[in-house]
Design a protein around this ligand. Structure first.
Ligand code: DAH
Length: 338
């Protein structure tokens, strides 16, 4: 038994262990439930008393040598892995995934509501000419929106400009299509505004246009009521206030009833409980005629809403600038929205 222990001591001293798997199988072969130490301890019980005095410390020495070897080998494999920049024992950090931008979430939801009512999606260019943004929409030559103060011009005479509203896509589609047409037209628009919490030089709109025989104001109102109830909830009420746009007659602005329950409600609705969400009206016969549609046969309605405004209401976002700064701390809050 003495020889056996000495041989094992030598083995332990000489063994080379590389990698955590080898260290573990070495440890198990000595210290495991069926390991060599176990066998030796069983044999030790059988030896006569005087031999025990010599063999006992030897056995202890062997156990300590094995433990020391294991510890040393574990440490050196760990530092070797760390030195190579690889720590296989480190918990994984997870894979960071992006989130949908809140404007995208709201835009998609609005478009889907109208698609479910049979509207098709259309898009047009951001760089436009005077005809599609103004003249084709019945803006008189002296209208203030044509001013440099409101519009970004790329070139003058002939005018090339950034569209100030998605209503330009109405004109493009009327040129391309024959009625009936039922279209929803999302897009980015630009205005020469000082950037603040409430205004930006770039924002997004969604335009709607329906042209057919016998389209009435009641159709418009019912469509917008349905939209408001899909988007804001089934009990939502709307009201229409008379307004003016060059391209619709009559024109209206639509408010949704937001409520007056909290101080915030009072502030954002200016104490009325109502919030304006869009502009709309019956397409002016001048617009139909200018775009080759017989206004004695066809009528239509149109509407336009700002995506930022509706997104700010939905998520209670107080500052428009958040949408364009792409601060991950802001965007992360929309994780899980589709
Ligand atoms: N283009 C308008 C704006 O930018 C919004 C608008 C109002 C669009 C009435 C329409 C409409 O189609 O009928 O403020």
């Amino acid at each position: 038994m003495k020889d056996q222990i000495e041989a094992l001591l030598k083995e332990v001293a000489q063994v080379q262990l590389s990698g955590p798997d080898e260290v573990e199988s070495f440890r198990v072969s000595f210290l495991g439930r069926k390991g060599k130490m176990k066998d030796l301890m069983a044999a030790f019980k059988e030896v006569p008393g005087e031999e025990k005095r010599e063999l006992g410390p030897m056995l202890n020495g062997l156990k300590q040598a094995v433990e020391a070897k294991v510890k040393e080998a574990q440490q050196s494999t760990r530092t070797a892995a760390q030195a190579s920049g690889l720590d296989a024992t480190r918990p994984s950090g997870g894979v960071p995934v992006g989130t949908h931008h809140p404007l995208q979430v709201v835009r998609r939801e609005i478009v889907e509501i109208f698609q479910n009512m049979g509207f098709a999606v259309a898009e047009g260019p951001e760089v436009e000419d005077d005809w599609h943004v103004f003249s084709g929409l019945n803006f008189p030559p002296e209208h203030p929106a044509r001013d440099m103060q409101d519009t970004f011009f790329v070139e003058r005479d002939p005018d090339v400009l950034l569209r100030t509203h998605t209503s330009s896509v109405q004109v493009r589609e009327m040129e391309k299509r024959e009625p009936p047409m039922r279209l929803i037209m999302p897009g980015r628009v630009f205005r020469n505004e000082a950037i603040s919490a409430r205004a930006h030089c770039m924002f997004h709109q969604i335009e709607g246009l329906y042209i057919d025989k016998d389209v009435s104001f009641a159709d418009l109102k019912q469509t917008l009521l349905h939209f408001a109830r899909c988007f804001f909830g089934p009990d939502t009420d709307i009201r229409l206030r008379p307004s003016y746009f060059p391209f619709t007659e009559p024109s209206a602005e639509v408010d949704v009833y937001w409520g007056l329950k909290t101080e915030v409600d009072k502030r954002i609705t200016k104490g009325t409980g109502w919030l304006e969400i869009l502009g709309c009206g019956m397409v002016d016969p001048n617009v139909l005629e200018a775009n080759g549609i017989d206004s004695k046969v066809y009528s239509g309605y149109a509407f336009g809403m700002g995506i930022e405004r509706i997104t700010m209401l939905r998520y209670q976002i107080g500052d428009l600038r958040h949408f364009f700064e792409n601060d991950v701390r802001f965007l992360d809050q929309f994780a899980g929205e589709r």
